[in-house]
Design a binder for this molecule. Sequence first.
Ligand SMILES: C[S@@+](CC[C@H](N)C(=O)[O-])C[C@H]1O[C@@H](n2cnc3c(N)ncnc32)[C@H](O)[C@@H]1O
Length: 180
Amino acid sequence: MHTSEKLGYEQKRQELCKFVKKNYVDAFDLKPCTMLDAGCGDGFWSEIFNDLGFSVTGVDISPFEIGAAIALRPDSIDFHVGNVMEEMPFDSKQFDLVFARTLPMFHEADLTRANRLIDNLRQYGNYLLFSIYNRPDLGMQGHLYHYIKDDYVYLLDSHNKIDRVKEHNHYLQIGFRCDT
Ligand SMILES: C[S@@+](CC[C@H](N)C(=O)[O-])C[C@H]1O[C@@H](n2cnc3c(N)ncnc32)[C@H](O)[C@@H]1O
């Protein structure tokens, strides 16, 4: 089963669309622009941004998820199989915005890979927006480790470019300038 099917996103599409508008677009003053959805899964969130006027490219390591994305989403979205931790088939600074939602690198008991992820993604865009499922009250849940917000803020701030941090329910959003 692909991600949005597993998580029942389609049934909550209207609600999730409002979530994107309020907590991503308005909260970070995003204007329609070129965008990379890094770790896009089956492209559910890519499609919402596409509907809001963004020009979206999605990338995911899973050929299964990308196959579903190509089958399910509008042709205007370009999907690729690729590894967000390594070189990807995009130009340096190709995108105005790189968006990465609920990627596993933020939930490992050592933030080294999250650091590597940031270093890699920043090459491809001018602004990076992370949305992290954040339940520090749960500590270790299954294979997911939950940090307190300060750990993520410290990590991002160590790159000296943090723009703003917002929280909504159990999601932590961090916007990060990577224009240099
Ligand atoms: C929890 S899902 C989130 C999918 C989507 N971003 C969302 O919020 O619904 C994590 C996604 O990250 C992808 N992923 C994990 N490691 C990756 C990597 N190194 N490169 C690209 N995608 C990766 C997985 O295949 C999966 O689709």
